[in-house]
Design a protein around this ligand. Structure first.
Ligand SMILES: [Zn+2]
Length: 370
C-alpha cells in the first residue's frame, strides 16, 4: 500500500503505518494540546502509543490465527480504521476465514476486559471522552478497545465484520456472491460515513474514502477471479514477446528494448529456463553503469515468479493485480510465455463480451525469440 512507513518487524511480519493513521494520531494530540497544554499533550502521546500497541495486537490476533492454517503475512499496514494484514492468500475454507477475522476484534475485547477487571468498573460515558486528558488513561484505553472491536465488527468490507459476513454467507451462496454482497454493503456504509463526515467530523470523510476504495477493490478482485476461474496459465499468457538471453550484452539488451514496446523482458539461459526479468528501467540502469559490451547478467532481477502452464492462474492473481509479471513454464521449467496485468485486463474484456468464451489450447506453441 502506498503512503506507508515501515516502523519495524515482529515475528517475521513488517509493521507499516499509513500516513492517514499518523494524521488521526496528530489530530488527537493537537486537540489535547489546545485543551490542556503541554502536560495534556504528553499524556495524549502516551495514549496514542497505547492505542497504537492495541491496534498492532489486534493485527497479530489475525496473523497468528492465520499462521495456524499455514498462511503467512509478510506485512501489516495500520490505517485509521484499524489495520490491514496483507495475507499471501486467504483461506478457502469459510470457517477458517471466519476465525481469522474474529481473532482481531477478540484481542481488543480481551484487552478491554483485562483493563476493566484491573480498574474495577468503567463508566461508559468515558467512552465518548477518548480525547479528554482529564479522564484516566486506562479507562479511555478500555473504551478505545471496545470501540475498535465494535467498529471492526461492522458487517461491511473492508472491516473484519465484512469478512465474517462473507465467510458466513459463503457457506450458503458461494464465495463470489457472498463477496459481492459484503462489498456492496461496504460501499453503502462508506457513503453513509461520508455523509456523516460532511456534517460532523471531517475525519470520517477520510475513513469513508478508505472504506469505499477497499470495498471496491474486493469486489473487483472477485469478478476477476470469476473471469479467471478454471483458466490455465498457458491459455492466457502473452507469447509474442521478446526474451533476452542471459549471456547477452548491454548493447543487445538495448537493441531488443528498442525493437519492442515491452517494458518487462524475461531472461532465459541456454536451455531456455527462465532465470529472471529485466525491466526497461533495469536496462537503462545497466547502460548508465556499464559499458555497452559488458554483460547484462548482473542487472537481471533473479528468482522470477513462475507458474506451470497447465496450472490454473488463480494462484498468481494477487501477484498479477499487484503489477508483477509471472513467467509461464512447461513441465521441464522451460519458458513458454508471460502473464501480466495486461493479460488479466484482456481476459476480463473477453469474458465481459462473451462470458462462455473458450480459450484455444496452445500447449505446443513456443514464444517468439528475439
Ligand atoms: Zn482486524
Amino acid at each position: 500500500m502506498r503512503w506507508s512507513l515501515t516502523i519495524g518487524s515482529f515475528m517475521g511480519t513488517a509493521v507499516r503505518i499509513h500516513v492517514t493513521f499518523l494524521l488521526l494520531l496528530g489530530w488527537i494530540g493537537f486537540a489535547a494540546y489546545q485543551r490542556g497544554g503541554a502536560v495534556a499533550a504528553r499524556d495524549s502521546i502516551m495514549f496514542i502509543v497505547a492505542i497504537f500497541i492495541c491496534v498492532v495486537l489486534h493485527e497479530f490476533g489475525h496473523i497468528l490465527t492465520a499462521r495456524r492454517y499455514g498462511i503467512v503475512s509478510p506485512v501489516i499496514t495500520l490505517l485509521p480504521i484499524g489495520g490491514v494484514a496483507d495475507m499471501e492468500k486467504m483461506p478457502d475454507k469459510p470457517r477458517q476465514e471466519l476465525l481469522i477475522a474474529l481473532a482481531g476484534p477478540a484481542v481488543n475485547l480481551v484487552i478491554a476486559a483485562l483493563l476493566i477487571l484491573f480498574l474495577g468498573a468503567v463508566d461508559l460515558s468515558d467512552a465518548i471522552q477518548i480525547g479528554d486528558p482529564s479522564v484516566n488513561l486506562l479507562k479511555r484505553l478500555a473504551a478505545v478497545n471496545i470501540f475498535l472491536a465494535a467498529f471492526n465488527l461492522i458487517p461491511a468490507f473492508p472491516m473484519d465484520g465484512g469478512r465474517v459476513l462473507r465467510a458466513a454467507l459463503s457457506i450458503w451462496i458461494g464465495k463470489d456472491r457472498a463477496t459481492r454482497i459484503a462489498a456492496q454493503i461496504g460501499q453503502g456504509f462508506a457513503f453513509l460515513l461520508g455523509f456523516l463526515g460532511l456534517f460532523g467530523n471531517p475525519l470520517l470523510l477520510f475513513i469513508a474514502i478508505f472504506v469505499y476504495i477497499a470495498a471496491a477493490g474486493e469486489a473487483q478482485m472477485t469478478s476477476l477471479s470469476e473471469a479467471a476461474r478454471g483458466l490455465k496459465a498457458a491459455d492466457a499468457m502473452e507469447m509474442r514477446i521478446a526474451v533476452i538471453e542471459r549471456s547477452a550484452s548491454v548493447r543487445e539488451a538495448v537493441d531488443i528494448l528498442l525493437a519492442t514496446s515491452q517494458d518487462e523482458f524475461p531472461v532465459v539461459d541456454a536451455s531456455r529456463r527462465l532465470s529472471g526479468f529485466l525491466s526497461r528501467t533495469n536496462i537503462i540502469e545497466a547502460l548508465r553503469a556499464s559499458e555497452p559490451e559488458a554483460p547484462i547478467a548482473p542487472f537481471v532481477r533473479l528468482e522470477p515468479e513462475t507458474i506451470d502452464g497447465r496450472e490454473s492462474i488463480d494462484a498468481v492473481l494477487p501477484k498479477l493485480t499487484g503489477g508483477e509479471a509471472v513467467g509461464v513454464t512447461d513441465e521441464e521449467g522451460r519458458f513458454l510465455g508471460l502473464l501480466t496485468r495486461q493479460s488479466l485486463a484482456e481476459i476480463m474484456m473477453i469474458k465481459d463480451v462473451r462470458p462462455d468464451w473458450r480459450f484455444s489450447p496452445r500447449d505446443d506453441s513456443r514464444p517468439t525469440v528475439a
